[in-house]
Design a protein. Structure first.
Length: 272
């Protein structure tokens, strides 16, 4: 059964991990500013306890070190934050992201789940947990969390959750739901790159090559190409018998991302 996106979102305002590129982890001010998680919304920021300040400081430092690639130091800071307050959702989410980056999928899942348990109504928490679930093959459950994110009145980026829901539905082969969620995302944020890329992929899979090209051209006006989009563009142009354009994308892919799996795939598809 198709699950409709809430109508009131269609006139709302939109933002990760990527599409979802699953995303899309959304390492935004949610993490470094204390997020508006449910347990914090009633607190006076000018009357915080020393322990809360310690937790927030270590979470912020953990995120900063992680973004620098200093994973061991980041892990130490985040573990310290969680020891002080295991119910602080931003720390649980950031350490989950870190564990995922270093290949510790089981630990990542444990901390994403903990973040959800302590802040089950928080939009960012649900979106990030959904992205993890979709990446690990739990598409139906992931979409439930993306839709829960939309119920949070303080969630400022509904287009991201809708785009992730669409990308996840596309990943599972449910084209009808994918189209519904992605179009809803684009009604809120017409130039959202992840949604445009996913719509191009969906249209390509449906054999709608002109439509796929149009969505990819819209993507090109709002974001730089990555290996994934260059391969998609190559496939669209080859399917459209536009060899000249296909070769342009092939050259760009091999020049900019020569060691990528997408470059290897384009060489396979072109017979070399």
């Amino acid at each position: 059964m198709t699950r409709s996106a809430p109508n009131d979102l269609q006139t709302g305002r939109m933002l990760v991990l990527k599409p979802f590129r699953l995303v899309a982890l959304m390492l935004t001010a949610f993490f470094i500013n204390g997020c508006a998680s449910q347990q914090e919304q009633d607190q006076d920021p000018y009357n915080q306890s020393d322990s809360r300040k310690l937790v927030e400081s270590n979470t912020s430092l953990g995120l900063e070190y992680m973004n620098r690639g200093q994973y061991e130091v980041a892990l130490g800071k985040l573990k310290k934050a969680i020891r002080v307050d295991p119910d602080y959702a931003p720390a649980q989410t950031v350490i989950a992201v870190l564990y995922e980056r270093i290949g510790e999928q089981e630990l990542a899942g444990k901390h994403y789940k903990k973040a959800y348990e302590v802040a089950p109504k928080d939009g960012d928490v649900n979106n990030n947990y959904g992205a993890y679930l979709c990446r690990t093959g739990h598409e139906d459950l992931a979409i439930e969390h993306f839709l829960k994110a939309l119920d949070d009145p303080f969630y400022s980026t509904p287009a991201i959750a809708l785009s992730n829901a669409g990308s996840c539905a596309l990943r599972s082969g449910n084209f009808t739901e994918a189209d519904e969620y992605l179009r809803s995302a684009l009604q809120i944020e017409p130039n959202l790159p992840d949604a445009l890329m996913s719509m191009a992929k969906l249209s390509f899979e449906q054999g709608k090559y002109l439509t796929a090209r149009a969505f990819l051209q819209r993507y090109e006006t709002s974001a730089n190409h990555v290996a994934e989009t260059l391969l998609l563009a190559f496939r669209i142009e080859m399917a459209s018998d536009n060899t000249r354009a296909a070769n342009k994308y092939k050259l760009a892919l091999e020049s900019n991302f020569p060691e990528s799996k997408e470059a290897a795939e384009v060489r396979r598809l072109s017979g070399r």
